[in-house]
Design a protein around this ligand. Sequence first.
Ligand code: MRU
Length: 368
Amino acid sequence: MNVGGEAYRTIWLAEDRRTVEIIDQTRLPHEFVTLALRDVNDAVQAIRSMQVRGAPLIGVTAAYGVCLALTADGSDGALEVACDALFGSRPTAVNLSWALQTMRKALAEVPPSDRVTVAYETAAKIADEDVASCRAIGEHGAELFADLIRNKEREGGTEPLNILTHCNAGWLATVDYGTALAPVYTAHDAGLAVHVWVDETRPRNQGAALTAWELGQHGVPHTVIADNAGGHLMQHGRVDVCVTGSDRTTGTGDVCNKIGTYLKALAAHDNGLPFYVALPHSTIDWSISDGIADIPIEERDEREVTHVSGLGEDGAVITVRVTPRGSPAANAAFDVTPARLVTGLITERGVAPASAEGLAGLYPERAE
Ligand code: MRU
């Protein structure tokens, strides 16, 4: 996608074809800064500190983290140590372990002397496949939007299609295009009238900071709302459809995404509105069937709840406390939306019901 008219992915190789470059997402929307990752510790730190974030991008960064580790030491031991460190950097998005497994499998039979080359080739393939998946998600989701627009027009509606999204499941969360926002970009580029309600997404404000920024860069009409506003907008007919991303989807269609997603799904259900979740296959955890029981939910530092950052009067970024000193805070980063609240899953292979059967229909090779 374009930033100031220049095409960017969220992760790429520097001219030396070894150093990994990223956009530092902790600096957005106020500053656009790129960073170089030179060793595996840089990659672990970038994931942990959320300089890169979003399930697909975490996976690709982990894959490149393996490349960086092998550049220094191609031994089996170094590979294991690197995979363990990367695996522990964030627990919820299954794309991380999926990418590490993919790297391990590709490297299994490769002698240490050839590992660096194979590792970079495999990481690039994972990145390119993510881009292709997101493009396809965009096509399938945009068809859905076109249907909803036709229905809306038949009923006399004149407003654009109002789409509510939570967190950031745009191109910044992937290598390019995004998951939940890919259909928005595809529809917008095709001339369909869309408008996005952007949940601010406390505590880290990925909606207010990242989704709003990338939609703005692409010229997509959008409005940032407080996290608690969605239910009210739905009751007043101002939301037509909700679309979010996913960090881990069970083989039965339960979806784990940024904290607060579940409440939006409940409100959509109560208002008879479609609630779609967009995800590539790398986000499906085929080994589990009960999202609430089986998905590890990341607990993050309470400081993310007690403090907020933003632009001060003098144009410098400042951080301020919003809670009384001494009030403890809790910070679960994700929640699970049960499949029964999900209208459909938008994947690179098409749209399916959020169920074991629905997923088996799309991925018959995975059906047991
Ligand atoms: O904590 P984050 O910012 O990594 O959480 C990101 C999300 O919850 C996204 O919705 C999810 O990763 C899907 S991204 C395509």
